[in-house]
Design a protein around this ligand. Structure first.
Ligand code: COA
Length: 171
């Protein structure tokens, strides 16, 4: 269990893969919290491109320069994982208004299951407002360039995944 004075937050997601939008959020969360634990959901419902251990490895490589960031993986309910970690603050990054509907459901349901949990929302920086892991995968799949939108280890992993098989459109 964390000490009372230690400000720790969990930042959960599928991170399939982690993008610069996520990194930007982690960096900003570090200005508020002493420690940020990135929690990678083993979320088979989303049919991930990268298996959980690969997503975790890509995050570790991408956050190596931050010494107050840890990475964990979990299956099942997020609130149960947070209880195991002894952390009660949850960070959610939000982009557009359309994110808010789901977010109300998500935060209220989590609170109903674990009343001690508080959700802190951080707005995604305007530079990354339009990206998501899915759109990144789609662009690379069709041979497009995502440099600057994902950390270098992710760019390499995407290239080796789609490299030869990326679908180039004609003229
Ligand atoms: N910059 C760029 N993209 C961002 C972003 C940011 N700051 N914040 C979110 N996104 C993207 C994500 O990459 C994701 O893209 P994708 O749908 O193409 O994969 C999309 O926005 C949605 O993000 P999010 O709402 O965080 O979904 P997620 O799948 O990444 O994470 C879990 C959802 C894993 C946190 C949630 O499903 C969970 O907790 N699951 C465990 C089971 C559970 O407890 N359920 C809750 C019941 S109330």
């Amino acid at each position: 269990m964390e000490s009372v004075n230690s400000r720790v937050a969990v930042y959960p997601g599928s991170f399939d893969p982690i993008t610069m939008g996520h990194i930007d959020l982690i960096e900003r969360a570090l200005t508020i919290f002493d420690r940020v634990i990135v929690a990678v959901a083993n979320n088979p419902r989303k049919n991930p491109l990268f298996p959980t251990d690969m997503r975790e490895r890509l995050i570790r490589e991408s956050v190596a320069r931050f010494d107050r960031v840890e990475v964990t993986t979990f299956s099942g309910l997020l609130v149960e994982h947070m209880e195991q970690l002894g952390v009660r603050v949850l960070i959610r990054g939000r982009r557009a208004l359309s994110d808010f509907g789901y977010e109300f459901q998500f935060s209220h349901m989590n609170k109903r299951m674990s009343p001690g949990i508080e959700t802190v929302f951080l707005m995604t920086s305007e530079r990354y407002f339009y990206i998501s892991s899915s759109i990144i995968k789609e662009v690379v799949r069709f041979g497009g360039d995502v440099s600057g939108l994902v950390p270098p280890p992710v760019e390499s992993a995407l290239k080796s995944k789609f490299g030869k098989n990326s679908i180039k459109t004609k003229g």
